[in-house]
Design a protein. Structure first.
Length: 192
């Protein structure tokens, strides 16, 4: 079927906060975290810089390029800034302010897929799709749950970003949608 998300596809991820005004998942600035590559926040557009808001979806369980992504699969998300912006990764603890709302870990990119066991692995859950055949499609809303320590939390926006051109900061949270759809991510196909 058309619109099925497949391994190897390049996507933009739009955050659902405040009626889909949460911005697009984006790399922005160098990470100071051990093993980190770039900081991650959201930006107003999916193309703040060339490739900063573009992510390639890869299988963490050995599924081949071109195979459909199924809700519940474990994936890697590789950023395409500069041809290789690193892998979306939990690295370090969330800020004290974020922790007051259930936050667990800070999010950055790393050079390697698995900087530490599970830090770069994300289980993707679609809310629904049409048809309801378990496949994930472009336009679907998903949650991304990190597998660090078997319980790394859900990717969410939390507080304003301090990065130039950034909108909201990113972290993981114990709660899948603690407020106003902060952990909802809509999949858009990246324009080549």
């Amino acid at each position: 079927m058309a619109n099925e998300l497949k391994y190897g596809d390049q996507v933009h991820l739009q955050n659902g906060y405040s009626g889909w005004q949460g911005g697009y998942l984006d790399t922005n600035g160098h990470s100071s975290a051990s093993g980190g590559k770039y900081q991650v926040s959201t930006a107003d557009t999916p193309s703040r810089g060339k490739g900063t808001g573009t992510w390639e979806i890869l299988s963490a369980s050995g599924k081949a390029t071109g195979q459909p992504v199924v809700s519940g699969d474990v994936v890697y998300l590789r950023n395409l800034y500069g041809g290789d912006g690193g892998y979306l990764d939990t690295n370090g603890h969330a800020s004290d302010v974020q922790k007051t709302a259930g936050a667990k870990f800070d999010v950055a990119t790393s050079e390697t897929r698995d900087r530490a066991q599970g830090t770069g692995r994300w289980r993707i859950f679609a809310q629904t799709s049409s048809p309801a055949d378990q496949n994930v499609r472009v336009g679907d809303v998903v949650h991304l749950w990190n597998l660090y320590g078997d319980n790394g939390g859900f990717l969410e926006t939390n507080n304003h970003s301090t990065a130039s051109g950034g909108k909201y900061d990113l972290c993981t949270n114990a709660y899948f949608n603690r407020s106003s759809n902060v952990a909802d991510w809509k999949i858009h196909r990246a324009q080549s």
